[in-house]
Design a binder for this molecule. Structure first.
Ligand code: CTP
Length: 132
């Protein structure tokens, strides 16, 4: 039994998210996704379009996802790894090297992002279309 965990906002859920979650689920038997709360995003200076509850509903509906938890703060990862018996901690490579200190607790992997799609790009594209 291999359990994988990943963290993120997953706002305006798109195919880059789907492909990441599909690849993560294929690495083991159980995929846990920690979705950033609105309060945690505010702390990071980010504001999601969909609320935390809406983003959880969407992520949980993805067939590659077995369980969703809340990401409330930066320091919870070591506890999460122990509580959920995590074998692999995984993030997109926009976080390359950032979580190497977790290697003493489990395997840490960074996966290549899907090219040319991000929530930020979607927001920019939509706002530009409105002006045409
Ligand atoms: N991700 C990915 N490929 C993309 C976009 C995101 O693999 N094209 C991954 C990220 O690397 C991260 C997870 O999906 O591990 C959640 O990313 P998130 O920041 O919520 O999505 P983004 O589209 O990157 O959103 P933003 O533009 O707000 O950063």
């Amino acid at each position: 039994m291999k359990t994988i965990i990943t963290y993120g906002t997953f706002d305006l859920f798109h195919y880059g998210h789907v492909r990441l979650l599909k690849r993560l689920r294929a690495m083991g038997d159980k995929l846990i996704v920690a979705v950033s709360t609105d309060e945690f995003n505010a702390l990071k200076g980010k504001a999601a379009f969909f609320s935390y509850a809406q983003r959880v509903e969407i992520v949980a509906a993805c067939k590659y996802v077995d369980h969703v938890i809340a990401e409330n703060h930066w320091q919870q990862k070591v506890t999460d790894i122990a509580t959920h018996h995590i074998d692999i901690f995984a993030m997109g490579d926009d976080w390359q090297g950032h979580f190497d200190h977790l290697k003493q607790h489990c395997q840490v992997v960074y996966l290549a992002r899907t090219d040319e799609i991000s929530t930020t790009d979607i927001k920019v594209d939509l706002s530009q279309q409105q002006h045409h």
